[in-house]
Design a protein. Sequence first.
Length: 204
Amino acid sequence: MDWLEFENEAYEKGYEVVCGVDEAGRGPLAGPVYAAAVILQKGHMIEGVNDSKKLSEKKREMLYDRIISECAAWSVGTASEKEIDEINILQATFLAMKRAVDGLTLKPDFVLVDGNQIPPLDIPCKTLVKGDARCACIAAASIIAKVSRDRYMLTLAEKYPQYEFEKHKGYGTKLHYEKIAQHGLCPAHRRSFLKKALGDEQSR
């Protein structure tokens, strides 16, 4: 498999700065949604980079440092729990992606986006379904987004120890639902994802 196929295709069309974008945390019940934008050095594949979901936590952490040191530019954007509740998770994901791209020190002229929907960027974009398993710069972005979000969830675990965020990172596991049943919701929870739990809590 040629991990640089899509970047090279863009370069052949005359684009000069190609960026990969991916998100982490669309599904959890708590915490912000994160997105990362990564511009790799032209023609350079960072060894070991793959879809973040296929890598161990230890490998992701190691690759995070390698990507940051070897890439041309990187940036992380987030959208808060409140923003998710106000504009819905899809629009919040787009907002996080836009913030990530806007935060790059090197401005891209072409963006490769994981998935099948284009965020509202004023830059030519191409979507790639399962791009994090097919495209080097998207895979790198998936690792940066995932590690950044997981690290943030560890800070939430210290702030709200009763929910044990360090174990489930905010996802809807059996343990997390048990903790919500015991303690109700905290400010880090996405109300729009937990309407039934919120209704039960308010009726107590």
